[in-house]
Design a protein around this ligand. Sequence first.
Ligand code: 5CA
Length: 442
Amino acid sequence: MRLSRYFLPLLKETPADATIASHKYMLRAGMIKQNSAGIYSWLPLGLKVLKKIEQIVREEQNKAGAIEMLMPTIQSADLWRETGRYDAYGPEMLRITDRHDREMLYGPTNEDMITDIFRSSVRSYKDLPKNLYHIQWKFRDEVRPRFGVMRGREFLMKDAYSFDLSAEDARRSYNKMFLAYLNTYARMGLKAVAMKADTGPIGGDLSHEFIILAETGESEVFCHADLVNMPPPGELDFDSDLQPLVDERLALYAATDEMHDADAFAKLPSDKQLSARGIEVGHIFYFGEKYSAPMNAKVMNSDGKEVIVHMGSYGVGVSRLVGGIIEASHDDDGIIWPKAVAPFGAGIINLKVGDAEADQVSEDIYNQLVAAGIDPLYDDKSDRGGVKFSRMDLIGLPYQITIGPRGLKEGIVEVKTRATGERQSLAPDAAIKFITSEFAGI
Ligand code: 5CA
């Protein structure tokens, strides 16, 4: 993409209501624009990151055997009456009346709807287990939407729903998601810890939140320090018994504020007691028959008897993750995108647009990086060098290649790695080779 043709509305001033790094940088870097409280447009740069995160989530869900579908944002109140949640959900639910005076709502979650879809087609234990998911916008009329996309009213969620014949089988489905989540966050360059959690309006008795540590996080959390650097499970056989891998993690103390057990925590060695703030980037629940019983979602078991299915649900805060990744990866100059989610792989800075040689070399590098699949952003605007450098630092692309007449006299360009600030003077070909090799396997 050529910057001169792109839509990148950067802000010079930080809007006063933006108090945390991710909110400030997302606004300043032209990633989002607020349209109403807690409701945002995703501008082109922001949308690219959102889509990359979405794709990583999708790939890891698919590997774990979950099946993608898409449910609507607008739901009928009738289903929610069946489970008793229409009244229980309270003012967070956006209620809408259509022209026929039918009560509708903008979905804050989908347990009720998916249970209806399931019960209307699945009849036999032979069709179990099933895990269906979608990546869809949700609406929750939060009292205090804040921190930009971190606590929005409209936000993008991946929500998966599992159906099993027994509590034991449901635990297997839970374990798949538990481990798939750890792999998902690791791919985004995040260190997420699974912590015992309260279940809130979703309900159930087994639940974990996935938390990334950040000073600006809204949750207070407590965990064994070793969990933070524990490597993700990696490649898994999802048909095998995953309990030992889950147990390995559950053996170490980790709980959110609501589930905190101060006595158990105090028993940890003092240098392992980590009490910190965190961002909830995912939440998984096992709630058994909470929805399937009132909605009569049953299958025939192998004895020909009808049994109520056991369910769980599994959420990832896709849009919140965009902010969460920035909280985990930025400096005073701007965002530092992990390679896997960066909106463009590299930025090309032409310091002297109009100079025949600088233009030629910049175009060459641009074309070669495009061909190599790096998806570069070429700053072909005629601004001063300082403006170009700070703009590129702000938007945080992993690599910057600077091309100027002075370097070209010696046949070199400069490559800067955004995360470390390391600069290398390289011939254009070597610069391309270096960047391409850095993206191998991403
Ligand atoms: N149905 C279940 C799981 S599928 C559910 O709704 N769980 S949840 O309420 O915990 O939400 C799942 C994830 O969505 C959370 O972990 C969080 O990362 C994200 N999320 C929740 N509320 C918001 C919000 N207001 N703004 C942005 N992300 C949110």
